[in-house]
Design a protein around this ligand. Structure first.
Ligand code: HSE
Length: 399
């Protein structure tokens, strides 16, 4: 039998507890041994909840109990999660987490401690919630160089953009509606400014290209400047706008970015709507492969965490090889990142547009403005070309 301790009895922790109990014989058969929740750590009490029988308030009880084999960290935030996970690994326990802040910041170090101690540190649920993406990336798609990752990795912003597109409602109205329905946080900044997606693409960039990509280095632009007028133009060209996390390798340079992108209908991400997430990988041999599903929520996220627990139990006595060096990778800047741009400017001087931007494709526009798609250009060339124009909107276009 293997004993599990869950750190945090919130949305994900209660889902992990439920899955291990409700699907116990299935999960145990897949793990090859019976799995039991021995402890749940939380500061709160839960009177009347069966979890009371295993509830503890002191992490030392868990760390010092040699019969605990796997610690599940689902508290969120860097501290005290980092200290607790590090102590658990150092005490010879495997650790599984859904915590993107923890993994983006300390993933490389925690993987290396797990290797020293011959245990495992797994984090499938930290990107894309219930969608399997980490394990496919490090264990399945091993024959390919990953040329690019494009991910819709934030359900809140995808929901807001879908409503703006389908219902013609403006950003503030949709955000308020999403908050009232509980789809968006009262403080929505981490989602709408792209910080949540930034942590997730930092993790995927580090894994795909095997060296630490610091999330602080990733150019991050949220969705607050997107308007219903932008979506009106998208309807004319059969495209949509999605908040993407991008990782791309060109030569020896890795680019990583979070920004809204124009997506044409031939990109499989075009049909990813509402709170759903999807991650599109481009392998040099495989071509495109997309992973789609629920990127948040108690049971989908907990399902990914429990799959890590099963894997950790199956691998007892051996450590999975995860290539993620702690050496920092300097990434290419947003100025050097090349892409076409969708642009709206005030006025209608096409000669001046072509003089600055070269050949462009015009889109029939609103009165008093000119809209067009540029050729592929770097961020710095775009900024130079745009000088002197009154730019209403500019959105990168997925190549
Ligand atoms: N706030 C996140 C989202 C939750 O909207 O996708 C999962 O990280």
């Amino acid at each position: 039998m293997k004993n599990i301790a869950i750190l945090g009895y919130g949305t994900v922790g209660s889902g992990v507890y439920k899955i291990i109990n409700d699907n116990n014989s299935h999960v145990s058969r897949r793990a090859g041994e019976e799995i039991k929740v021995k402890y749940v750590l939380d500061l709160r009490d839960f009177p009347g909840d069966p979890v009371e029988e295993v509830l503890v308030h002191d992490v030392d009880v868990i760390i010092e109990d040699e019969s605990v084999d796997v610690v599940v960290e689902v508290m969120g935030g860097v501290e005290p999660a980092y200290t607790f996970v590090k102590r658990a690994l150092q005490a010879g326990k495997s650790a599984c987490t859904s915590n993107k802040e923890l993994v983006a910041k300390h993933g490389a170090e925690l993987i290396s401690i797990a290797q020293e101690k011959n245990v495992n540190f797994f984090f499938e649920a930290s990107v894309g919630g219930g969608i399997p993406i980490i394990r496919p990336l490090i264990e399945c798609i091993t024959a390919d160089h990953i040329e690019e990752i494009q991910g819709i990795m934030n359900g809140t912003t995808n929901y807001i953009l879908t409503k703006m597109e389908d219902e013609g409602a403006d950003f503030d109205t949709v955000l308020k509606d999403a908050q009232d329905k509980g789809y968006a946080e009262r403080n929505p900044e981490a989602d709408i400014e792209g910080h949540d997606a930034c942590r997730k693409i930092a993790i995927l960039s580090s894994l795909a290209y095997e060296k630490q990509v610091d999330f602080e280095d990733i150019y991050t632009e949220g969705i607050t400047k997107i308007t219903t007028d932008d979506f009106d133009y998208m309807k004319k060209i059969g495209a949509s706008i999605k908040l993407l996390g991008i990782a791309r390798k060109e030569g020896s340079t890795v680019y990583s970015m979070v920004a809204p992108f124009v997506i044409y209908a031939d990109n499989p991400l075009y049909n990813v709507k509402d709170v759903f997430n999807a991650i599109l990988l481009k392998g040099d041999m495989l071509g495109d492969v997309m992973f789609y599903g629920k990127g948040a929520g108690s049971l989908p996220t907990a399902s990914a965490v429990v799959s890590d627990v099963v894997d950790a139990v199956k691998r007892t006595g051996a450590t999975a090889e995860i290539l993620w060096e702690s050496t920092k990778r300097e990434i290419g800047s947003a100025d050097a990142f090349t892409t076409p741009y969708f642009v709206r400017i005030k006025g209608g001087d096409k000669a001046a547009v072509e003089n600055a931007f070269g050949t462009v494709e015009y889109i029939d526009g609103k009165d008093g403005e000119t809209a067009f798609i540029t050729g592929v250009m770097s961020g710095s060339d775009f900024n130079k070309a745009a000088e002197g124009f009154d730019v209403v909107s500019r959105i990168r276009v997925s190549k």
